[in-house]
Design a protein around this ligand. Sequence first.
Ligand SMILES: C[S@@+](CC[C@H](N)C(=O)[O-])C[C@H]1O[C@@H](n2cnc3c(N)ncnc32)[C@H](O)[C@@H]1O
Length: 174
Amino acid sequence: MTDLFGRSDDVETDRNTQQNVTLGRFRAGDRAPLDFYETPREATEALIYHHPSLLDKPILEPCAGNGAISRVVQEFAGKVESWDITEREFPLDGVWNFLSEEGKEDDVNIITNPPYEHALPFIRKSLAMVLPGNHVCFLLRVLFLEGIERRKLFDEHPPVEVAVFSKRIHFPRA
Ligand SMILES: C[S@@+](CC[C@H](N)C(=O)[O-])C[C@H]1O[C@@H](n2cnc3c(N)ncnc32)[C@H](O)[C@@H]1O
């Protein structure tokens, strides 16, 4: 049997190794390439269920991965443009580096789960891209609310809503 750190019970020495215990789950380089973790469909369904008017405008998914969010938007009859830095199985509208390229369309609402390491620049870029009054919805850990740089963002752009899932959402490593 393995524990949270992927260690097997019978490796007694690992249990007592301070470095393994401390670094186990958060070791640098341990995250998926391009921070690719798929959004479980219930997360997108909950957002659309509570805010159906988001789909009154086309949705831009700027880092769509394998289309986990885009497919749910389509099922709810929303129009969606899906882009990512790399194409996987889901057919994208295009490949781009969202942080360094011009947006193609501004009269959109943005819904995404970004690469967490770059969440702050993704949010800033999204807010700068869309027309005033349009919406930018990011799926992030609650912990994202902490931090000095993020505080500056929230002072400039106070969130309209922070919705917290009561049941913890599990993001499988894709
Ligand atoms: C956490 S995954 C989420 C994927 C998808 N949004 C979802 O909810 O299932 C982050 C995605 O960001 C993409 N990505 C990382 N850096 C990017 C960049 N600079 N521009 C566009 N996409 C990027 C990755 O390829 C990956 O698909």
